[in-house]
Design a protein around this ligand. Sequence first.
Ligand code: GEK
Length: 272
Amino acid sequence: MVRPLTSVKMLIEISTEDVMKISTQSKTTKNKDQDNLYSQPREAISGFVFDESVVKVFEDMIGRSVPGYATLLSMFPVLTHSFIQPDSHCYDLGCSLGASTLAIQQGIKVEGVEIIALDNSLAMIEKCKALTSEHRSQAKVTVRLADICESEITNASLVVMNFTMQFVQKEAREPLINNIYSGLNTGGAFLLSEKIKCSNSMEQDRLTTLHHDFKKANGYTDLEISQKRSALENVLITETVEQHVCRLKEAGFSEVLVWFQCFNFVSFLAIK
Ligand code: GEK
């Protein structure tokens, strides 16, 4: 069981280990399935989808593929708790198995908060419901199957998109950010984490190499890395830090900053 947090001092004591526990404590994930989806040569590589086979290994996949993922999540309670207002909504857009929801939950110390976790993968949502229901918290958690581009955002003090925007069609990103901005209360925060690209090709090559080295260090083979890369080619569309910052500022956010970066994975904090 996740221990209750009662003070900021305790909040900053949350370790990476605690966050990994957040998503590994349940009975259903105790024996985490290893991601070997791309370990065998495939004749043709189809576009990546968040289906049942991915959901089964997702926890292992994201931890071994996204540099800094656990550290990033471990900071969510610290980063978000001061923005969360009583009687407001927090949104986790593209929640997958609910790791961000569970991390945000740790920082909530006010009454009347509802976390609304949305994802358009039925397999993800089913598992997310099971995992999040095992955790007791002050905040109510509602997990719903929904396309985030079609969802209403209301009375929000916090919106989190942890590595989800990159899967949204490019032309849908601006309307989505505008919708988030208008659904946020004044003083509310938008936390956006993304894989990014660089306009400078040398930097781009360096960060790509470092990312691949990270994956190799976590046990992925060259074949797995290259087949996964092909599967994501037209599915995960990266943008530069400047493009993200510009879009956030144009939407009206008064403060936009990069608060975290690990290789080509970046997290932004935007405040209304
Ligand atoms: C985490 N946030 O662990 N509507 C709803 N969901 C979507 C949409 C959409 N239009 N497009 C993609 N998704 C999580 C990790 S994973 C990131 C997020 C990754 C969902 C998709 O089904 C998947 O579950 C999630 O966004 C992206 O903190 O796999 O790199």
